[in-house]
Design a protein. Structure first.
Length: 141
């Protein structure tokens, strides 16, 4: 299991977190838990209520929707981040293709973190907006 300093450095390398301050990354690291799951473990199941988000630290995951493979993702990818903000059904299934180590945070802890660190709220929303804009360009040109 990696230490907090390693988590902070690894989060800083993740595109979604690259603009966060060291203070914000430290707060995220303290609020998240590191877990390791075996190959075949389902991290996110399509159609179930989501209440946690993940950052893949090590390993590879497969994303499927309605049984169709959408992507294979690895270290540095963020999964389920919208579930940190609102309650809705998961839009895809994410399965560990290999043994995976992830940082996981639930909605309650994340919302508390946002209340305690307002600057994090602004940065997180800016990053989400950028991701949505990028997806829109990919889908619609």
């Amino acid at each position: 299991m990696a230490g907090r300093k390693d988590h902070i450095a690894r989060l800083a390398a993740v595109p979604m977190f690259s603009s966060f301050t060291k203070k914000d990354l430290t707060a995220i690291s303290k609020a998240a838990d590191e877990v390791t799951r075996p190959a075949g473990h389902v991290l996110i199941k399509e159609g179930t209520e989501g209440y946690e988000g993940f950052v893949v630290l090590d390993g590879t995951v497969t994303v499927t929707r309605k049984g169709k493979k959408l992507a294979t993702l690895g270290a540095g990818e963020v999964l389920g981040e919208l579930s940190l903000l609102e309650s809705s059904l998961r839009s895809a299934t994410v399965t560990c293709e290999t043994e995976c180590t992830v940082l996981v945070m639930d909605r309650q802890r994340f919302k508390q973190l946002l209340l305690e660190t307002p600057s994090l709220s602004i940065t997180f929303l800016e990053e989400l907006a950028g991701r949505l804009r990028s997806l829109d360009r990919t889908a619609f040109g």
